[in-house]
Design a protein around this ligand. Sequence first.
Ligand code: ZN
Length: 132
Amino acid sequence: MSKRNFLINTLLKKCPRCQEGDLFTVPFEFSKPVDMPEHCPVCHQKFEPEPGFYYGSMFISYIITAFFFLGIIGTCLIVFKLSLNVSMVILLVIAAITYMFFLRMSRSLWINIMVDYDPKAKEDKKKKSFGY
Ligand SMILES: [Zn+2]
């Protein structure tokens, strides 16, 4: 498989090294919103290389959500001419709906920034499993 685009791989929430394994456990559970397997099931890439690895993703999440919510408030106030109170209620509803999406997306983006694609990652895993 050839290298997939960085942003598409981030949106699909796939392992950055092999671009096949899922970053998050499927199916989604509300009690464990960012539950990730310890290793990639395909290439064995560690998903938390060091303690506190995803601390940086917090800043990415903040930047993305701040601009997104600013756009929503601006649209409500300027385009639809709603009052500030109504706009804030709409924002809270949208924030509650999109919270999990942005949280997982920022983690996916962070690990895709930090870990490079390796076309031989899958082959290395196969060799290890056969004892080469
Ligand atoms: Zn992988």
